[in-house]
Design a protein around this ligand. Structure first.
Ligand code: GDP
Ligand code: MG
Length: 301
């Protein structure tokens, strides 16, 4: 039997239950989350591997976690995630958006909805709603004929999660598995932490500096009865960029350190100690070996 594999973009406003759904879908079978070197950096939330398929779930930052977005790249990112996805999964929170208008009228959502890709709509949190509201919402959405499937779920109660999996599988194209099935790694936290720092750099420095910056997590250790220790290097290409990152009397880097730490703590849901350093690595973008050490290890890119 041929395997099926592909990217699944999970789209929805903050707090609709994306993370909870991911956990329910992946359960114990979360195999790997890494920074895959692609032309556009994908945020991989998780991968669900089975004998015959592999679903790679993508985060679409604009609609997902507003505090983590690269402001200026926001629309590009969403568009890329949607463009790269094989299947789009949109989540509505029936408690906050009982008639679906808040989600469907959203400007970014309008763009996404126009896409030709298979689209699955999940109505979440039905455990706290009622039959009447739910059936009204289902018929309203079905009558719009935007989505290929409409599935009411409860992510916390794990209700209909199997149906979500089956629906995604129906629309997943045939293809090889992109990731090994069995690899378990602590990469996701490192990856997200470096992405958060990178975002804060994008938000706080002017044009060319962020684009020649990379962030490497040098150390990430849990410490007993103390905060996690994270040491990160901000890699720049030119000696002249270093003082820009650091700022007058270190004020700029101090500010980045503070806002990045807050965002990391918010993401990890625990306190951390964050140490930032700046390193100059001339022309890191062109250096194959160095790119590899940053995780960009695909030979043909
Ligand atoms: P995200 O921001 O979209 O990732 O949302 P989260 O997964 O973090 O969930 C936001 C809040 O909604 C949390 O408090 C969840 O416990 C809650 N939540 C998620 N799914 C459900 C559900 O099916 N039913 C109920 N009642 N609450 C849910
Ligand atoms: Mg979340």
């Amino acid at each position: 039997m041929n395997t099926k594999s592909g990217y699944v973009a999970i789209i929805g406003k903050p707090n609709v239950g994306k993370s909870t759904l991911m956990n329910a879908l992946l359960g114990e079978r979360l195999s790997i989350v890494t920074n895959k070197p692609q032309t556009t950096r994908k945020r991989v939330l998780g991968i669900l591997s089975d004998e015959n398929y592999q679903m790679i779930f993508l985060d679409t930052p604009g609609l997902l976690e507003p505090s983590y977005l690269l402001q200026r790249k926001l629309l590009d990112f969403i568009e890329n995630s949607v463009k790269d996805a094989d299947v789009l999964v949109v989540i509505i929170d029936i408690l906050k958006d009982p008639n679906g208008e808040k989600t469907l009228r959203d400007e970014k959502m309008q763009k996404i909805i126009k896409s030709e890709k298979p689209k699955i709509l999940l109505i979440n949190k039905i455990d706290k709603s009622n039959e009447e509201i739910l059936s009204a919402l289902v018929s309203k959405i079905e009558s719009k004929k935007i989505f290929d499937r409409v599935i009411p779920i409860s992510a916390t109660e794990k209700f209909n999660i199997k149906s979500v999996q089956e629906a995604i599988l129906d629309f997943l194209p045939e293809g090889p598995k992109y990731f090994p099935d069995d690899q378990i790694t602590d990469e996701p936290e490192r990856f997200f932490v470096s992405e958060i720092i990178r975002e804060k750099i994008f938000e706080n420095y002017k044009e060319e500096v962020p684009f020649s910056t990379e962030v490497v997590i040098e150390e990430f250790s849990e410490r007993e009865s103390r905060k996690d220790f994270i040491s990160a290097s901000i890699i720049v290409e030119r000696e002249t960029q270093k003082p820009i990152i650091i700022g007058k009397r270190g004020e700029a880097i101090k500010k980045i350190g503070k806002i990045a730490r807050e965002a990391i703590e918010n993401f990890l849901q625990r306190e951390v100690f964050l140490e930032l350093r700046v390193k100059v690595k001339p022309k890191w973008r062109n250096d194959k070996r160095m790119l590899k050490s940053f995780g960009y290890d695909k030979e043909n890119e």
